[in-house]
Ligand binder design. Structure first.
Ligand SMILES: NC(=O)c1ccc[n+]([C@@H]2O[C@H](COP(=O)([O-])OP(=O)(O)OC[C@H]3O[C@@H](n4cnc5c(N)ncnc54)[C@H](OP(=O)(O)O)[C@@H]3O)[C@@H](O)[C@H]2O)c1
Length: 328
């Protein structure tokens, strides 16, 4: 089995190779990136010489894990499918396309089998949120979510990491990945704004959540904020349910939920935080409580955090691939 990683030098691509080494050690990995990186060597458990991604890159591969921006993916993904490979892609290009499944393996693995050559990995903040709340949704049915995100700089790729590293040493270094300095700051903008004042990132949770949950009436109001953490997004989420939830039962459901760890002992300072949730695959959930502003008592509030390069991107992609392989 030969697996190409397109965008292997990026934040997601490098993590994909590490996840493949951990989870599918039998796979032969072909690391691809731009001409700028061709010939460079990546060293993890094994070493990989980067090849330039060209139209002939996919002739000998079975699967391609995509970790490039939309415009680059638009160029290579059709070539990969034409060459007979199955693509699992991390860009947002194909996520809402009707014939492309959008999959979180803990939630809608059965959708994988409907693919026509391309399977999309959802937005990272959407994956973290939906894994965190899925067990509660299955029990009481989420009608509306109000979300504020605290998104790490690595969500903007390697340049986002470099900007924060540089600016903590010298705050006068200009940002290349962000419209403002990010060190000692936070920026309430991720992506461009639409005519209603929402950023592109803020629209993803409703659009993608509806598709993943097969829930066309889902309503989400999201505010996305870039914060000066290196990795692991965090999110404050208010959930309004159709049925009246029970707090004690919610706690029990979260203890058993797939992909979730309940970290909820605030009096002892236990709650989800980026430093404790980085470099692992579980989504931490805590600060679970009733929404005291809802007189009907149909709402709960929680805080979650998960490593968006792993579970929000690379791990989720490799899990999709594992499900695909298991279905053969
Ligand atoms: N970072 C996250 O947390 C995250 C989470 C979910 C989804 N995503 C999505 O995943 C994708 C990758 O994000 P990232 O954060 O890993 O970005 P990144 O760190 O900026 O990496 C981008 C990758 O694309 C490659 N690339 C650029 N131009 C290319 C070209 N012309 N031909 C071939 N390869 C080219 C780069 O190679 P060079 O090094 O050679 O330039 C690099 O390997 C994006 O679509 C992003 O939206 C990211």
């Amino acid at each position: 089995m030969k697996i190409a990683v397109a965008g292997a030098t990026g934040a997601v691509g490098q993590q994909m190779i590490k996840c493949l080494e951990e989870r599918l050690p039998q796979a032969e990995i072909k690391a691809l990136a731009s001409a700028r990186s061709a010939g460079k060597v990546l060293s993890f458990q094994k070493q990989y010489v980067i090849g330039e991604l060209t139209e002939n890159s996919f002739d000998d591969v079975d699967y391609v894990l995509g970790a490039t921006e939309n415009n680059i993916t638009a160029w290579w993904a059709p070539l990969a499918v034409k060459a007979g490979a199955v693509v699992v892609d991390n860009s947002s290009l194909y996520r809402l396309q009707e014939d492309v499944p959008l999959v979180i393996p803990e939630i809608n693995p059965e959708d994988i089998l409907t693919h026509h050559g391309i399977i999309a990995n959802p937005n990272c903040a959407t994956i973290i949120a939906l894994v965190a709340v899925n067990a509660l949704h299955q029990r009481w049915h989420v009608e509306r979510m109000i979300v504020s995100t605290y998104q790490a700089v690595s969500g903007a790729g390697m340049q986002g990491i470099r900007d924060l590293e540089n600016q903590v040493k010298d705050p006068s270094v200009p940002s290349l990945a962000f419209p403002h300095p990010i060190a000692y700051n936070l920026i309430p903008q991720i992506g461009g704004f639409d005519e209603e004042g929402y950023s592109s990132e803020e629209r993803k949770m409703q659009n993608e959540g509806r598709k993943i949950w097969h829930h066309p009436e889902l309503l989400v109001n999201c505010t996305c904020v870039r914060v000066p953490t290196m990795r692991s997004h965090a999110e404050s989420i208010t959930l309004q349910f159709r049925e009246k939830p029970d707090l004690a039962e919610a706690r029990e459901l979260l203890k058993k939920a797939e992909g979730v760890i309940l970290a909820d002992d605030p009096k002892n300072h236990v709650y989800p935080m980026p430093l404790t949730t980085s470099d692992q695959d579980l989504v931490y959930v805590g600060r679970l409580r009733k929404d005291v502003s809802d007189p009907k008592e149909h709402s709960l509030v929680l805080f979650c955090s998960g490593d968006q390069i792993r579970k929000g991107a690379a791990t989720n992609t490799v899990q999709i691939l594992e499900k695909l392989l298991a279905s053969k």
